[in-house]
Design a protein around this ligand. Structure first.
Ligand code: KIV
Ligand code: ZN
Length: 510
């Protein structure tokens, strides 16, 4: 059986689509989980795009300095981009510079206003320059963007010339999700026939999902290539990229057909999907294969009857194999710190003694409010310790709602002083947001608001996710409480703190 390499671009193409809302710590957290998941390559970001992204890629590269995982960053076919990318990825044991330029005429003529010859030279120069920076320690990947709409002969020339310039990996992107499985297979077969130099390099594909075919297109060529680019939950530009979990599940469930395996640890899929969804604020639809809430639930009576007689009647995969163990009750009010530390480690958190003490305290407080504490509750508590500086802190919240005029009294601590504001609004959440805005005087735009329950039961915690933007920065804020108005206020304040933090720490190039 042949192994196919999984190149994960959740932190680049995926995060691009989430409007770069992840903080550096959040990107690191996802990277750690991707390492546990067993991906072969992490595309950690686009280093030239902002100081924050540069630092995130650099930190992720450092994280992998004693690890065989390849860390890459994206760069346009420009010296400045490539240098910035090199400066970030060079700390990895196995660094890779990924550079790209458009290959289709519509991009060459309208986006660049250049000739094919000029663009070809840029591609070759970029690969050669990246190769020279790496001095043999690391690889260069080249992507002819919009390859599926490019002139075939020109595409062949670009691929051949960039291989001769030193590219170690050639990635064929279906940038706008235009292709279809048979056509895409013919393109890859044609390239291999016309460019025998491809035998010397790793051949990869990167498919977008505009027509819902990203996974199908990728799998249509899986026997011809060595690497697939994909993202967790299929997040990415527009309708997203090929879903990592769907590719891994297909290759595993149908190994009788494909005869190809991946290094993915399937049991980590559920956890990875939840983490990415929570941190990016991009929710997974219920009917999404493998990771959607309904992926393994049977509602029709005939199906339930069949399943009760024999699972295989309507189930081709076992939910447990993908880490769908359901909600585990982890701890109660009497749990000791040893058990909590063990559980935290299982969930991927390593905490110092003082942090553990803090977690235990928060668990006890929560256990007074709700009977059972689930994995998800513990994750929220552990994450709350990793958060960015609390410039603004909610001290007090009182709301009036129902058939009376909604009103909120909010007290916020800022620079060691308490500020109070009373405001009304359309409802309790709106009233408290108005009060918070008055106190902080930050006029941010609320782009999104969502509320969900993070564990089961009527005493479950409500998790509110908000997306705020101001001065060109976008952030996701989260708040969790057994009271949904409090969760809403906490989410809003968390987002404001992130905005303040981002403004202080990033100088955006773009
Ligand atoms: O979709 C695309 O073409 C890309 C490239 C940068 C590989 O994301
Ligand atoms: Zn892409």
């Amino acid at each position: 059986m042949k192994q196919i390499k999984i190149f994960d671009t959740t932190l680049r193409d995926g995060e691009q689509s989430a409007n770069a809302t992840l903080t550096r710590q959040e990107k690191l957290q996802i990277a750690r989980q991707l390492m546990k998941l067993g991906v072969d390559v992490i595309e950690a970001g686009f280093p030239i795009s902002s100081q924050g992204d540069f630092e995130a890629v650099r930190e992720i590269a450092k994280l992998s300095s004693d690890n065989d995982i390849i860390i890459t960053g994206l760069s346009r076919a420009m010296k400045e981009d490539i240098e910035r990318c090199y400066e970030a990825v060079k700390y990895a044991k196995k660094p890779r510079i990924h550079t790209f330029i458009a290959a289709s005429d519509v991009h060459i003529e309208y986006k660049f206003k250049k000739t094919r010859q000029e663009v070809l030279k840029m591609a070759v120069d970029a690969v050669g320059y990246a190769k020279s920076l790496l001095e043999g320690k690391g690889e260069v990947e080249f992507s002819p963007e919009d390859a599926t709409r490019a002139d075939f002969d020109y595409l062949c020339t670009m691929v051949r010339d960039t291989i001769n310039a030193g590219a170690d990996v050639i990635n064929i992107p279906d940038t706008v999700g235009y292709s279809s499985p048979l056509e895409f297979r013919n393109l890859i077969l044609g390239l291999k026939k016309n460019v025998p130099e491809l035998e010397r390099v790793i051949l990869s594909v990167h498919c977008h999902n505009d027509l819902g075919l990203a996974v199908a297109n990728s799998l249509s060529v899986v026997d011809l290539i060595q690497q697939i680019e994909c993202t967790v939950n299929g997040i990415g530009e527009r309708s997203g990229n090929a879903s990592l979990e769907e590719i891994a599940a297909s290759l595993s469930t149908r190994k009788d057909f494909y005869n190809i395996y991946t290094g993915i640890n399937l049991k980590e899929i559920g956890k990875t999907s939840k983490l990415v969804s929570r941190l990016t604020g991009l929710q997974v639809s219920a009917n999404k294969p493998i990771v959607g809430a309904n992926a393994f639930s049977h509602s029709a009576g005939i199906h339930q009857d069949g399943i009760s007689k024999r699972r295989e009647t309507y189930e081709i995969m076992k939910p447990d194999d993908f880490g769908w163990s359901g909600s585990n009750i982890v701890i109660g009010a009497r749990s000791g710190s040893g058990g909590i530390r063990k559980k935290l480690e299982e969930l991927g958190f390593s905490v110092s003694d003082s942090e553990l003490e803090e977690v235990v305290k928060l668990v006890k407080t929560l256990a007074d409010k709700k009977k059972e504490i689930f994995d998800e509750d513990l994750i929220v508590i552990a994450e709350s310790l990793m958060k960015i500086p609390e410039t603004y802190k909610l001290e007090y919240l009182e709301v009036k709602s129902g058939t009376v005029k909604p009103e909120a009294i909010v007290r916020i601590k800022f620079e060691n002083k308490i500020f109070e504001q009373v405001e009304s609004g359309d409802g309790p959440v709106d009233s408290s947001y108005n009060a918070i805005q008055k106190i902080t005087s930050i006029s941010a735009k609320l782009d999104d608001y969502s509320l969900k329950s993070i564990s089961s039961g009527t005493d479950a915690q409500g998790e509110v996710t908000v997306k705020l933007s101001a001065n060109g920065n976008s952030v996701i804020g989260r708040g969790v409480s057994t009271d949904i108005t409090e969760a809403s206020a906490l989410a809003y304040i968390n987002a404001l703190n992130k905005l303040v933090y981002k403004e202080k720490n990033s100088n955006n190039h773009h």
